[in-house]
Design a protein around this ligand. Structure first.
Ligand SMILES: NC(=O)c1ccc[n+]([C@@H]2O[C@H](COP(=O)([O-])OP(=O)(O)OC[C@H]3O[C@@H](n4cnc5c(N)ncnc54)[C@H](OP(=O)(O)O)[C@@H]3O)[C@@H](O)[C@H]2O)c1
Length: 323
């Protein structure tokens, strides 16, 4: 398998749905800008814009060329009806899903194929066996599991090889430190951290009067609601001061550097405008030592008194909802 860059491009917002719409030309430019900046892993999913994000990745790759030098990570196991997502990790859905993804991406193989969310209605071993068949046929080159507990990873591994794990992780969302990270470290599994910027909160762009429009999920994200939003904005301001005073960096690059020094292999940076990736070089060439990490933890404890996780994103089984 190809070695990926440590920053991967996330394409959920590029898909538009749950992000207030998309600018397709800007999206293709962003994917190309990421590849030109040295990012070699593109994370996408059929669920992002109901196929649109995969199509835009396919279009950008066709323009860029050199498919063999790009790691495409896409997903399986969510379906949609009347514009709403639900879990379906049945073997039938996995088989039809991979054909659709290959067509949209304009490729005949997928580098990393990940189960998007375990489906409580389908034993994980059945889903795993379907993924294993695709792996044995060479259609997918590696198997990944997103949003899984250690017990789910254990069950999955009885029926298929597991090559990589994807989980929510950023300065504000630390749930995987209890359980998932110890498990993957013990088993030597690489981790892709998603939501590196906590849906833009850690970019430094957000202000008290920032508003989101249309179906933008930040209208319902509990971190962006009054009272908590103020706490998180104060934490961002404190992190930004810390990054500038100690390292001459910004909160955005601190958030990415923190992840890369926290035992994760790849951090996914969601972006939909080329200029959002401009600071990529500032993420490299420095490190956060143990003392700096402890100072950051103290700062977070002082500012965020009412923390909340990313659980609101979990889609239900068999009915409509979010991703
Ligand atoms: N496996 C899963 O279940 C799962 C779940 C969630 C995400 N993911 C993956 O992880 C990726 C990253 O997570 P995410 O997209 O949710 O969130 P994220 O990376 O934390 O945030 C992405 C958003 O941050 C803002 N942003 C990025 N760079 C910026 C900059 N330089 N200045 C200002 N704002 C900036 C943009 O918002 P605006 O465009 O609105 O300005 C962008 O859409 C996703 O795209 C997806 O590939 C996977």
């Amino acid at each position: 398998m190809l070695i990926s860059s440590r920053i991967g491009l996330g394409t959920w917002s590029i898909g538009g749905s749950m992000w207030g719409g998309t600018d397709q030309a800007g999206a293709v430019k962003t994917i190309r800008a990421a590849l030109e900046a040295g990012i070699t892993l593109i994370d996408t999913a059929p669920a992002y814009g109901f196929g649109r994000a995969e199509e835009l990745v396919g279009r950008a790759l066709a323009e860029h060329g050199a498919r063999e030098r790009v790691v495409i990570a896409t997903k399986a196991g969510l379906a949609w009806r009347a514009g709403a997502l639900y879990r379906d990790a049945s073997p039938e859905r996995i088989v039809s899903g991979v054909e659709d993804s290959l067509r949209r991406l304009g490729t005949d193989y997928i580098d990393i194929y990940q189960l998007h969310w375990p489906d409580p209605r389908v034993p994980l071993e059945r889903t795993a066996a379907a993924l294993r068949t695709l792996y044995e046929r060479g259609i997918v080159h590696a198997i990944g599991l997103c949003n899984a507990s250690p017990a789910q990873m254990r069950a999955f591994r009885t029926a298929a090889p597991l090559h990589i794990v994807q989980a929510p992780y950023n300065l504000f969302e630390r749930g995987i430190e209890r359980g998932v990270l110890p498990y993957v470290e013990r088993h030597g599994l690489p981790v892709i951290a998603y939501g590196a910027l906590c849906r833009g909160l850690l970019s430094g762009r957000m202000r008290p009067d920032t508003r989101f429009t249309g179906d933008d999920l930040r209208q319902v994200d509990p971190k962006f609601q009054p009272r908590r939003y103020g706490q998180y904005l104060r934490a961002v301001a404190a992190l930004d001061r810390f990054a500038r005073e100690r390292y001459g960096k910004t909160v955005l690059t601190l958030a990415l550097r923190w992840l890369l020094d926290a035992g994760t292999s790849i951090a996914l940076w969601g972006a939909r405008k080329p200029e959002q990736l401009a600071a990529i070089d500032d993420v490299f060439g420095w490190r956060l030592d143990r003392e700096a990490r402890a100072a950051i933890d103290r700062l977070l404890q002082d500012t965020i008194t009412d923390p909340v996780g990313p659980e609101f994103m979990a889609p239900p089984a068999g009915t409509a909802a979010a991703a």
